[in-house]
Design a protein around this ligand. Structure first.
Ligand SMILES: C[S@@+](CC[C@H](N)C(=O)[O-])C[C@H]1O[C@@H](n2cnc3c(N)ncnc32)[C@H](O)[C@@H]1O
Length: 420
C-alpha cells in the first residue's frame, strides 16, 4: 500500500479509537475486519501506533496542538510505530519539518502530567501511596508492553517439557520468577497453531493471574466456585490444580464470556468444570450451595487499571464515578460469595486494580463486618503452593503485584478462612 494511503488509514483508526466510546481492542479488531486487504505488517504498524497514542495520549495531544492539517493525522504521525522510512514517504515537506521540530523537544522539559500520561484522579492516589520516586517507576512500567506469559497445564506435561517443545519450535521461553507453572516469552510469536497450544498444553496467562489461583490452592476432590469466571482464565488453572477431580463451578453473569470458556475447556482436557450463567450474585443457585463449598474465588469486576500495559485505553475510559459503582458491586459480590464457603473453607477476593479503593478498602470492610472469617497470610499460603520468594509479593498479608516491581499486571488478593 502507498505510504500515504496507510497513514490516512492510520489516522482513521486513531480518530475511531480516540473517541474512547468502546474498548480499543474491539475498535481495532472491527477496523481490521472492515479492511481485509491490510497485510500482517501493516496491521501491526496501525495497532502499535494507536496503542502508543493511548499510552502517551496527554503528551501526543499536547504536541499535536501545533502543526496543521486534520488532528487525527497529526496524532498518527506523532505516535507512528511502523517503519520510519515508510512514514517519511507519506509526509509532505511541511509535515516532515514539523515532526522534526516536535521530535527535538526534550521530554524532561514537558510538564509532569505530559510525562506520566495518567489522569489526575489516578495519578494522585498512586503518588500518595508509592511516593514520588516509585510512582515514576510505575508510570514508566505501565507504558511498556507486557511480556507474554504462559501457564503450563500440568495435567498434560511438565514445565520443562513445555519449555523444550517451545524451543524446538524456535520460541525462547524462560521460567517465570514466582509462579512454578509459568513460562515467559519475549516478543509476540504466534502460538495458536502450535501443537503445544492446540492440545491444551499451555494457556496464555499473566503470571499474576497464575498466582491468584495458587493462593486459592484448591485440592483434589474439593467443591470449588470461581464466582466471576468470565472467559475462565483462572478456572482452567483451578481445574488443573484439582487434578481434574471434584467439582468446579464457573459462575458469571455474562453468558457471552462463559461461551468463550468452552473452547478453552475443550483444549484443557478438564471434565470437572461446570460453567453456569447466574442472573446476579444472589441467584437461587448460590443460595442452594450456601455453606457447602471448600474454596471460593471472587475475581471481582474492577477498573482493570492493573492491566494498563495491555489496555492503556482504560485510564481514559474509567472515571471516579465508575469506580464508585464498581466498589458497590465488589462489596455485594464478595458478601454473597462468602455465604458459599463452608466452615474451615477458604475465600479469596481478587482484582486487577492498582487502587486501594477497590482492594485494601473492600477487604478491610469485609474483615470488619465478618468476624467468622480470619485473614490468612498470603506469603505463607503461596510458599506452600511452591511460589518462590513469596514474601516479595505480599503487603500486609495480601498479595499485591505491581508491574514495576514484579513484571506482572497489577493484582491484589486477600485470602480468608471461615472459622471451623
Ligand atoms: C475480572 S473479570 C473475571 C476474569 C476471569 N476470572 C478470568 O480469569 O478470565 C470479572 C467478571 O465478573 C463478572 N461479573 C460481573 N458482575 C457479576 C456478578 N454480580 N456475579 C458474578 N460475576 C459477575 C463479569 O462478567 C466478568 O466476567
Amino acid at each position: 500500500m502507498h505510504p500515504n494511503a496507510l497513514l490516512e488509514l492510520c489516522a482513521e483508526l486513531v480518530a475511531a479509537v480516540n473517541k474512547l466510546d468502546a474498548p480499543a481492542d474491539a475498535t481495532v479488531s472491527a477496523f481490521f475486519r472492515q479492511h481485509k486487504n491490510l497485510g500482517q505488517r501493516e496491521r501491526a504498524s496501525l495497532a502499535e501506533t494507536v496503542y502508543a497514542l493511548l499510552r502517551e495520549r496527554l503528551k501526543f495531544q499536547h504536541l499535536a496542538q501545533s502543526g496543521s492539517g486534520p488532528l487525527p493525522r497529526r496524532l498518527a504521525m506523532l505516535a507512528w510505530r511502523g517503519n520510519a522510512g515508510f512514514l517519511r514517504g507519506a509526509l509532505k515537506p511541511a509535515e516532515q519539518q514539523w515532526l522534526d521540530q516536535v521530535g527535538a523537544i526534550a521530554p524532561e522539559s514537558l510538564a509532569p502530567k505530559l510525562r506520566h500520561n495518567l489522569p489526575d484522579w489516578l495519578a494522585e492516589p498512586l503518588m500518595a501511596r508509592l511516593g514520588e520516586a516509585e510512582f515514576w517507576q510505575l508510570a514508566a512500567a505501565l507504558n511498556e508492553p507486557a511480556p507474554l506469559d504462559l501457564r503450563v497445564n500440568t495435567l498434560k506435561l511438565k514445565r520443562e517439557e513445555a519449555q523444550a517443545q517451545l524451543q524446538a519450535a524456535g520460541i525462547e521461553a524462560v521460567p517465570t520468577p514466582y509462579s512454578p507453572l509459568g513460562l515467559r516469552i519475549q516478543g509476540k510469536p504466534a502460538l495458536n497453531k502450535l501443537e503445544l497450544f492446540t492440545s491444551g498444553g499451555v494457556e496464555v496467562q499473566d503470571e499474576g493471574s497464575q498466582l491468584l489461583a495458587l493462593l486459592l490452592a484448591p485440592k483434589r476432590g474439593e467443591m470449588v466456585v470461581d464466582f466471576c469466571a468470565g472467559a475462565g482464565g483462572k478456572t482452567l488453572a483451578l481445574g488443573a490444580a484439582m487434578r481434574n477431580t471434584g467439582r468446579l463451578y464457573a459462575f458469571d453473569v455474562s453468558g457471552h464470556r462463559l461461551d468463550a470458556l468452552k473452547p478453552r475447556l475443550a483444549r484443557s482436557g478438564l471434565s470437572n468444570v461446570y460453567p453456569a450463567q447466574i442472573a446476579h450474585e444472589r441467584d437461587d443457585r448460590i443460595k442452594r450451595l450456601a455453606g457447602k463449598i471448600d474454596r471460593v474465588l471472587v475475581d471481582a469486576p474492577c477498573s482493570g487499571l492493573g492491566t494498563l500495559r495491555r489496555n492503556p485505553d482504560l485510564k481514559w475510559r474509567q472515571s471516579p464515578q465508575a469506580l464508585a459503582e464498581l466498589q458497590g458491586k465488589q462489596r455485594a459480590i464478595l458478601a454473597s460469595a462468602a455465604r458459599l464457603v463452608k466452615p474451615g473453607g477458604r475465600l479469596v477476593y481478587a482484582t486487577c486494580s492498582l487502587l486501594d479503593a477497590e482492594n485494601e478498602v473492600i477487604a478491610a470492610e469485609f474483615t470488619a463486618a465478618n468476624p467468622g472469617f480470619q485473614r490468612l497470610a498470603a506469603d505463607e499460603v503461596l510458599a506452600r503452593s511452591q511460589v518462590e520468594r513469596a514474601a516479595e509479593l505480599v503487603e500486609d498479608g495480601a498479595l499485591r503485584l505491581w508491574p514495576h516491581r514484579h513484571a506482572t499486571d497489577g493484582f491484589f488478593a486477600v485470602a480468608w478462612e471461615r472459622t471451623p
